[in-house]
Write a protein that binds this ligand. Structure first.
Ligand SMILES: NC(=O)c1ccc[n+]([C@@H]2O[C@H](COP(=O)([O-])OP(=O)(O)OC[C@H]3O[C@@H](n4cnc5c(N)ncnc54)[C@H](O)[C@@H]3O)[C@@H](O)[C@H]2O)c1
Length: 318
């Protein structure tokens, strides 16, 4: 068993939603140094308020695709472990499909080349349930076929294949974690790349109405961000995870209609909903089989949806 305590850790995308919670989690678990590399495409300084109170937190505003930049940072900060969290949100696929795909592949490529030359020791790579596409059976285990429906998801699936092939060919120290839909404080609420929970809360708060795309009966498996962070750190610590893809989900699917109704109830909103046509390429159903996470990591989510959504909405409304 490895111990994150005492390690120098680099988090790509550490100023984003999950990445910033991961930085906080790593600092709380006693990492010697936590180094965030984020180009602030969607990252925010306010996400790092807690992390920046620690002397052993270091922030670089830089591009994780850049081999030379990352190599210099790794050498200077004596990095041992990398958590790859950087990406550009799924909805970017609709504006700039090429870059939505390439960013995932290029960052993984850079990190693998650096691992290969010994710039650091262990890569915990983050995939996404979107790599599976719509559930062909449910719950979805890690042997479920990958059939991505967006360039973002295709980039995640391609990066996973590349990461796994480097593990097989070179025996590098790598685990791949595949989270399902995350929610919690700090998720992006603004603009065309906003996530559904904060976007809905913001619309209602500003006097607007919730918006549903398609019939709203599409389902997702929601996992609270602090559970995901615990799973990511366990993936480093439990070396049984090396060379494996591991789902992190709740094993429960919730329809978008139920999700929106829950937000409306919490916010005492009983007005109309705006209905828009279904998004092209929207995944219909996602639900995780979490047996592998339990077996290899001893991981089970601790925060159920009722608790998690309350914590989340309290934060957004606070
Ligand atoms: N949020 C979810 O529901 C979810 C579900 C499954 C998997 N994931 C995965 O988890 C990871 C984190 O997702 P998130 O929701 O926190 O996304 P996010 O958009 O909030 O964070 C991603 C961060 O990466 C940064 N970034 C983008 N391009 C970069 C680059 N070239 N160099 C450096 N930084 C760059 C952004 O500025 C942002 O801060 C991603 O790999 C994502 O695919 C997320």
């Amino acid at each position: 068993m490895a111990d994150i305590k005492g390690k120098n850790v680099l988090v790509t995308g550490g100023a984003g939603f999950i990445g910033s919670h991961l930085c906080d989690g790593l600092l709380a678990k006693g990492a010697s140094k936590v180094v965030c590399v984020d180009n602030f495409f969607l990252g925010k300084m306010e996400n790092l308020e807690e992390a920046l109170t620690h002397d052993n937190f270091v922030l670089y505003r830089d591009d994780a695709r850049n081999f030379g930049v990352l190599q210099a940072i790794m050498e200077k900060e004596e990095i041992e472990v990398v958590f790859n969290m950087a990406t550009i949100a799924l909805n970017y696929s609709f504006f700039n499909p090429f870059d939505a795909y390439m960013v995932n592949v290029e960052i993984a490529n850079t990190l693998l080349e650096l691992l290969k030359v010994g710039a650091y020791k262990t890569l915990i790579h983050t995939s996404s349930s979107e790599a599976y596409g719509t559930a062909q059976y449910s719950p979805m285990d890690e042997n479920h076929p990958t059939d991505p429906t967006t360039p973002y998801a295709a980039g995640k699936a391609a990066a996973d294949l590349m990461v796994h092939s480097f593990y097989k060919v070179l025996g590098l120290d790598i685990s791949i974690v595949r989270p399902f839909n995350n929610y919690g404080p700090r998720q992006n609420a603004q603009g065309s790349l906003a996530a559904i929970i904060p976007a809905t809360a913001r619309r209602i708060k500003e006097g607007g109405m919730p918006m549903v795309e398609g019939d709203g009966e599409q389902t997702r498996d929601f996992i609270y961000v602090e559970d995901t962070v615990r799973g990511l750190i366990l993936a480093y610590e439990k070396e049984e995870s090396r060379g494996k893809i591991i789902n992190l989900g709740s094993g429960k699917d919730i329809s978008i209609n139920s999700l929106l109704q829950g937000i409306c109830d919490y916010m005492h909103y009983d007005g109309e909903w705006e209905h828009r046509p279904a998004r092209t390429s929207d995944v219909r159903n996602l639900c995780a089989d979490s047996k592998r996470a339990k077996e290899l990591l001893g991981f089970e989510p601790e925060i159920d949806f009722t608790q998690g959504i309350k914590k989340t909405l309290d934060w957004y409304m606070g």
